[in-house]
Design a protein around this ligand. Structure first.
Ligand code: ZN
Ligand code: ZN
Length: 166
């Protein structure tokens, strides 16, 4: 989706608001089972003293997979992103920016990149999820399993050290 910015390129103070939805079905993230809504992208591009600055709020609803217990759970994604837009390459500039295409900004590239950069690689169903027992596969959030006797040897050593201290 291309956003027409031609009317503000040379107009300091000029603004172009946008409010659009983007299909996310082609994007895949390990932590996301599926997106339940399109990506809602809302914000504006402002010409700040000759520099085009894009400010956007991205949101979507999705079903995530917990990295520890593998349970699926709903999550609302919401993030804010900024980008600089330039008409031509400015290689002396260290700031990241997107090139305009004949005065148009490629919103899919900008929003899609922001999403990829900000999406958590690992999603947890809740803070401190206990995960699954590596031996029997039981969901330890529901209570301890019967593997307690020979648990992780490193933990056993730690337990002995702690006992010695007492
Ligand atoms: Zn979990
Ligand atoms: Zn177990």
């Amino acid at each position: 989706m291309m956003l027409d910015l031609r009317e503000i390129i040379n107009v300091p103070g000029g603004k172009v608001p946008f409010d659009m939805e983007m299909d996310l079905s082609q994007l895949h993230f390990d932590s996301v089972k599926e997106f339940l809504t399109p990506l809602h992208v809302e914000g504006e591009v402002v010409n700040r003293a000759g520099v085009l600055v894009l400010e956007a709020h991205l949101s979507a609803d999705m079903t995530c997979v917990c990295a520890r217990c593998l349970k699926e759970f709903p999550k609302h994604l919401a993030l804010r992103t900024y980008a600089f837009l330039a008409q031509e390459l400015q290689d002396e500039d260290n700031v990241d920016y997107y090139l305009l295409d004949n005065g148009f900004a490629d919103m899919w590239e900008i929003a899609g990149t922001a999403l990829v950069l900000n999406m958590d690689q690992r999603q947890l169903c809740k803070p401190g999820c206990k995960g699954l027992c590596p031996k029997c596969g039981k969901d330890l959030n529901e209570g301890p399993c019967d593997c307690g006797e020979d648990r992780d040897p490193r933990l056993a050593v730690l337990g002995q050290l702690l006992e010695k201290d007492e």
